[in-house]
Design a protein around this ligand. Structure first.
Ligand SMILES: [Zn+2]
Length: 906
């Protein structure tokens, strides 16, 4: 479609769609200022710090004629739209070239209403379980990953391995029915789990029952297909514009946007060639190093190789034989054996274990080399998982000593802890008698060190660099779903077989939850729960993760459950997908659901999983992107979008995300994106947010219709999607007026307006929180909460995102004006509706739409620009695009900035 993406120079153009097409899919072409330039092109020198299009739109809107560009047939209800002259469709001009896709919604019938009600209930459940850190003054003072608040540079921490004494508290703790309770000095419970195991299992059963019910499956399937088609339509209409917007963003391209490898295991973080080179080097330089005890006798490296009948000269990648191949497909056990170089477990012990005769020196050196590769590449980050097995109590100290003594810290890397679900094996060999012992081994040290950092100083320091907990193992092994009421407690779980995924997940998450609450109260960093789930095996794993996890690794099994897939979409739970890894283990590449998920708007990032077994190049993450782009014909915009997602769902500190995504990355929609940093056009971000808002409103609109007070005609023939799109703010938060009304909107709007049954506070909270979960899916949620008090722009938003309890009152305060009531007469008449709109889309105090456009500019936009040129931007936008110069120049500049900043630090 040749120039559909082009402007047409200010003239309003009626879309030439045939009538039968209109009935299928209404397309609203929105023209803008008519200069034929993208905002980036108009402001080539704009500094980073302002989300692309954010300010431009409002400016354009403010002095552009209101509705000259709007085809009359689209605005059937001119009268109500013109009630407030300042609010007439100036949004048309505010949109930078956005062609939105709208479609008629089928009316809610009895079944749909039940389905929506069930899904709302599931979203509420998730909210009760998932840990969301709350801002607290203590956290602000001590949040480690934020370095105390002020946004300065993307440097994470000065040196995390410098001991800073912290006072002990007189808390105590004990495990009650498998979950820890923390007591204060008087013996009162200070922190305890919110839910018992039985409550959780009951809720899990409920989730599974809902997502497996016929009507829910049909509904979700339908909605997902619709989402997919909408995205395809969006691409047809806007792909060119996205492309031009990217071209217009100076300096940025796919290579120099930040991307995080959100799911990668440390023991396979190097590639084969790297490991081979390292082994050969050691064999040449340190042949006499005593490296292992074999049959009770200490052996040097040269002797070990002699015993194995290997020489350095023989060694090549083929003899190393660590690459996953056709024999590993559906054979997780064989895949695990690939961790043994040359098939020899001794070599694995020597080179890729941290708990060996060398105290992990070789692995530490390898890790340092991987670190320096990452630092050289500059734009690639990783979150490496290291194992805590829970088989003995000293594991934490050993691990912490290894990390601290070898100073394994790098600004491009965050640590995560992975817990392999291996109770079965440890019970089998007599290490563990029951499951409670495993929990003790995992959590005792963590609570001890939180009470008194002095008790495990190195662990205390190491934990400050840990951002999350993962849970790993072969998911394809059969298991029995936990029953609702009579599951044995961990201390009674002394049978030889492994507990189910859900059982592990509950006890790990519940203890982690208490630990997080406890640590947050002391101003320490907290940990996200980000398990492997949905790689294989039962849907239980995904249902469990829906309730408990911040985001998950894999998730390919969502393709088997439209219900869960749609719930993951609504909750915007991150999926760290690894199609190349799946290709080696569980699912052929061409069957991978990633492109479908991406089109449907699931929150996706690409990750490498096991570079040692899977990838061939030195940059496994880029290899992953590269293959995906080739096979699925992804555009640069798609890739940059996934890269942006990966940063958002990662555990990197608050100020890194500010530096890499947007100064206000936590805001929904366009305001949370800066094309100069992410190379993601605001069009794309807006499309995603619009679409998601629309779905949320669709789900919640039925609550309105369900109310007895709602008029009959509303229940009978309501097209909630339309009403919703008119109600809300698909404009990423800056819509001042309802959309032009297509089709049935007038009657619906009137119906809603005349009766105006209020939306419950729950609805507003839900929509708001839905986004919060998306953005705060990690330890950084805590840090942004923690760092926030008054330090960063848009501080008011944190009240929304960070604190459930205070939300309503905050809304009341912000809702002081009634100025939009009349303009909203089209559809938004209820006060509650307005609150919904504001709270869902305008959580920031910064770009909030106030009563008039003029005020918006005065209050909202101008400060954003000011901030962009102020402290934050100048401190955080090294190469964020303002230079518009040579890449090298910008590179040097950024290096200089970092150097400068570290000098300032010291
Ligand atoms: Zn993995």
């Amino acid at each position: 479609m040749s120039r559909l993406g082009e402007r047409r120079g200010g003239e309003s153009v009626l879309p030439p769609y045939p009538s039968e097409f209109e009935s299928e899919m209404e397309t609203e072409v929105e023209e803008t200022d008519g200069e034929g330039l993208t905002p980036a092109a108009k402001h080539p020198g704009r500094r980073g710090g302002v989300a692309e299009g954010t300010t431009n739109e409002v400016h354009m809107g403010s002095h552009a004629p209101s509705d000259r560009n709007v085809p009359g047939w689209m605005r059937k209800d001119n009268s109500s739209a013109t009630l407030d002259a300042t609010a007439v469709p100036s949004r048309q001009e505010m949109e930078d070239d956005y062609v939105t896709v709208q479609h008629p919604e089928t009316p809610h019938n009895e079944e749909t209403m039940h389905v929506c009600r069930d899904m709302r209930r599931l979203l509420d459940m998730r909210e009760q379980y998932v840990y969301v850190s709350r801002p607290s003054s203590a956290a602000a003072a001590g949040g480690t990953s934020t370095s105390g608040g002020r946004v300065a540079t993307p440097r994470q921490q000065k040196n995390p391995f410098v001991w800073e004494p912290r006072p002990a508290s007189d808390h105590s703790f004990e495990f009650v029915r498998g979950v820890v309770h923390v007591y204060d000095r008087n013996g009162n419970v200070a922190f305890a789990p919110k839910h018992t195991a039985n409550e959780f299992f009951k809720d899990l059963h409920h989730v599974l029952r809902v997502v497996n019910s016929g009507p829910v499956k049909s509904f979700c399937h339908h909605r997902l297909l619709l989402l997919e088609q909408k995205f395809n339509m969006h691409l047809m209409l806007n792909a060119d514009k996205e492309f031009f917007a990217q071209k217009g963003a100076p300096h940025r391209d796919f290579y120099n946007v930040r991307k995080v490898d959100t799911h990668v295991h440390h023991s396979s973080c190097m590639n084969q060639k790297h490991l081979l080179r390292f082994i050969k080097h050691k064999l040449r330089k340190e042949p006499d190093e005593v490296v292992a005890k074999i049959d009770g006798k200490e052996r040097t490296l040269a002797e070990v190789f002699e015993l194995l009948n290997l020489t350095g000269y023989d060694l090549n990648v083929d003899t190393l034989d660590m690459h996953a191949d056709k024999h590993t497909f559906h054979r997780f056990d064989k895949f695990n054996l690939k961790y043994n170089p040359c098939g020899q477990s001794q070599l694995r012990e020597i080179f890729i274990k941290q708990d060996n005769l060398l105290e992990g020196r070789y692995l530490a050196e390898l890790t340092q080399e991987v670190f320096s590769d990452l630092m050289a590449s500059k734009y690639q980050m990783a979150e490496y998982r290291i194992s805590i097995y829970g088989r003995k109590a000293t594991e934490w100290d050993t691990l912490a000593a290894w990390v601290c003594n070898n100073a394994l810290h790098c600004d491009n890397v965050q640590w995560m802890i992975q817990i392999p679900r291996l109770y079965e094996i440890y019970h089998g060999n007599g290490t563990l008698q029951n499951f409670q012992q495993m929990i003790d081994n995992i959590f005792n040290s963590l609570f001890e060190v939180t009470i008194d950092p002095q008790s495990h100083p190195q662990l205390h320091m190491f934990l400050q660099t840990v951002v999350g907990f993962d849970m790993v193992d072969d998911e394809s092994r059969p298991e029995r779903r936990p029953s609702k009421s009579h599951m044995p407690q961990p201390c009674d779980w002394n049978v030889p077989h492994n507990p189910a995924f859900a059982y592990y997940a509950y006890y790990i998450e519940a203890n982690l939850h208490v630990l997080n609450d406890f640590r947050q109260s002391k101003g320490l960093n907290t940990f996200a729960f980000r398990p492997h789930a949905g790689e294989a095996g039962d849907l239980d794993h995904l249902a469990t993760s829906f309730l408990l996890a911040h985001n998950i690794a894999h998730g390919i099994n969502l393709r088997k459950s439209p219900g869960l897939q749609y719930m993951f979409y609504l909750a915007q739970i991150g999926l760290c997908m690894s199609p190349l890894s799946n290709n080696s283990l569980f699912l052929d590449y061409h069957k991978n659901p990633l492109p479908t998920f991406l089109a449907r708007g699931l929150f996706i990032s690409l990750s490498s999983d096991d570079p040692l077994q899977i990838h061939l190049t030195k940059e496994p993450l880029v290899e992953e992107y590269s293959v995906a782009a080739q096979v699925w014909k992804l555009t640069s915009c798609d890739m940059c979008e996934m890269a942006r997602n990966s940063v958002l769902m990662s555990g990197f500190p608050h100020q890194c995300k500010q530096h890499w995504v947007s100064d206000q990355y936590w805001l929904p929609g366009v305001a949370g994106n800066d094309i100069h940093k992410t190379n993601v056009p605001s069009l794309r971000v807006r499309y995603r947010y619009d679409t998601w808002c629309n779905e949320m409103r669709y789900i919640y609109h039925s609550e309105l219709a369900r109310m007895p007070s709602a008029p009959v005609e509303l229940r009978a023939a309501q097209p909630p999607g339309f009403a919703a799109s008119a109600l809300g703010t698909p404009n990423g938060g800056r819509e001042t007026v309802p959309r032009p009304a297509p089709l049935l909107e007038v009657s619906v709007g009137t119906a809603v307006a005349s009766k105006s049954p209020p939306l419950s506070p729950q609805v507003t909270r839900r929509i708001r929180n839905g986004h919060r979960h998306m953005m705060m899916t990690d330890g950084v949620g805590s840090s942004s909460g923690g760092s926030t008090d008054g330090e960063i722009p848009g501080a008011r938003s944190r009240a929304h995102y960070g604190d459930d309890s205070g939300d309503e009152s905050d809304d009341e305060e912000e809702d002081g004006s009634e100025g939009r009531r009349s303009s909203a007469g089209l559809v938004v008449s209820a006060n509650e509706m307005e609150r919904l709109e504001r709270s869902s889309s305008l959580p920031s105090g910064v770009t909030e739409v106030s009563t008039t456009v003029a005020e918006t500019i005065a209050e909202g936009v101008a400060p954003v620009g000011a901030e962009a040129n102020g402290d934050v931007a100048s401190a955080a936008s090294d190469d964020a695009g303002g230079k518009a110069g040579e890449e090298d120049a910008a590179e040097n500049d950024s290096t200089g900035e970092v150097a400068h900043a570290s000098a300032a630090d010291s």
